[in-house]
Design a protein around this ligand. Structure first.
Ligand code: NAD
Ligand code: DAU
Length: 333
């Protein structure tokens, strides 16, 4: 088995590549990644290099994709612009990568006659006050990010419907764990807490997310890739649902920070109030989330505390300017 993993140098993609190679000792992986601000070659450290090929390139580039896909038995697409706040400021890149890039990958997988698994998000369903979204819930995305992801999903479904392509979609709730870029709530809070910086909480902090440890999501992707029925969608939700303010307080306790550093700031435009997924269809394939939030968040805080060599280059680079422009204050040196 040889997989093409697009976006394999990002947070979840690199977790997937490492764990996929670990549990499949005969498998090989080609990673295709553009190495945007969110992707780093060093995220793949610890993966078995002998069975890993790395191609630096853009999923929108037809020739690069055609070269990378050669000899592969399936594609898994993680490549995307992934941050909601950045999509609100500049939607163009999201449409180009998350929609057009998905189209290029689909064409290449169709030409090669191989399975395509699209990694998607609960955000395509929009916000839900009560209960949980199932795979048949209508798509109702709120942000340019989630609309772009929905566009990618619709192309995957259309390629199945029109060409009979062997394609699948997995839609996950909020992931967290080691190597997540600090633009996202959990690593941002951990690093700010470790530096004594204020913690920016949007609005009233009562927005609810369904937290999923990235390794659990990656085990779900492996199960769906192997057992999923062509043309189907599979939801993968985390075991714990929490308001943001509780997440922030839990991190402050673990990182030794003070709740006095919490700063309520202007809300995100069009902010979805609550996400919730039913995972029963994926559980029907034998998958279960194994890491409860209490354990996963303790492991995550410990990883960031122990790995300044990973985040120091990020905090001194593009992220510094991004943070200053977005939050109106500098991060600590
Ligand atoms: P990430 O931003 O950490 O990683 C994205 C990766 O894609 C990076 O390595 C980046 O370099 C690469 N990339 C971006 N544009 C590219 C292009 N044009 N060509 C090639 N590579 C490109 O994102 P993540 O959090 O790891 O998310 C991975 C996928 O999972 C995304 O598709 C995202 O929509 C989806 N998802 C994420 C979450 C979450 O909570 N993080 C939840 C559900 C679904
Ligand atoms: O639900 C799945 C999605 O989860 C993925 O599809 C996205 O790729 C991923 O980025 C994530 O989106 P969110 O917008 O939910 O994640 P983020 O970490 O940006 O924000 C989580 C919550 O925390 C959200 O309600 C906004 C809030 N927040 C975020 C930041 C960055 C704050 O209150 N303050 C902040 O500074």
């Amino acid at each position: 088995m040889k997989l093409l993993v697009a976006g394999g140098a990002g947070f979840i993609g690199s977790t997937f590549v490492r764990t996929f190679l670990e549990v499949n000792p005969d498998a090989r992986v080609t990673v295709l990644d553009k190495l945007t601000y969110a992707g780093r070659r060093e995220n793949l450290e610890g993966a078995d290099e002998a069975r890993l090929e790395f191609v630096e390139g853009d999923i929108r580039d037809v020739e690069v994709v055609a070269g990378a896909i050669e000899g592969c038995d399936a594609t898994v697409n993680f490549a995307a612009e992934s941050h909601v706040d950045r999509s609100i400021d500049s939607p163009g890149e999201f449409i180009e990568t998350d929609v057009f890039g998905t189209y290029v990958l689909l064409e290449a997988a169709r030409d090669a006659g191989i399975r395509h698994l699209q990694v998607s998000t609960d955000e395509v369903y929009g916000s839900i006050e009560e209960g949980s979204f199932t795979e048949t819930s209508p798509l109702d995305p709120s942000s340019p990010y989630s609309a772009s992801k929905a566009g990618g999903d619709l192309l995957v479904s259309a390629f199945r419907h029109t060409y009979g392509m062997d394609s699948l979609i997995v839609r996950a709730s909020n992931n967290y764990g080691p190597r997540q870029h600090p633009e996202k709530l959990i690593p941002l809070t951990i690093l700010n807490a470790l530096h004594g910086d204020p913690i920016p909480v949007y609005g009233d902090g009562m927005q609810v997310r369904n937290w999923l440890f990235a390794e659990d999501f990656c085990s779900a992707i492996r199960v769906v890739l192997a057992e999923g029925e062509a043309g189907e969608v599979y939801n993968v939700g985390g075991p714990d649902e929490l308001p943001n303010i509780d997440v922030v307080k839990a991190i402050l306790r673990l990182a030794g920070g003070s709740e006095d550093t919490i700063e309520y700031v202007e809300d995100r435009l069009g902010h979805d109030r609550r996400y919730s997924l039913s995972s029963s269809k994926t559980e029907g394939l034998g998958w279960r989330a194994e890491v409860p939030f209490e354990e996963g968040i303790a492991r995550t805080v410990e990883w960031y505390r122990d790995n300044p060599g990973w985040w120091e280059p990020i905090r001194s680079g593009e992220y510094r300017e991004y943070y200053l422009a977005k939050y109106g204050r500098a991060i600590a040196d």
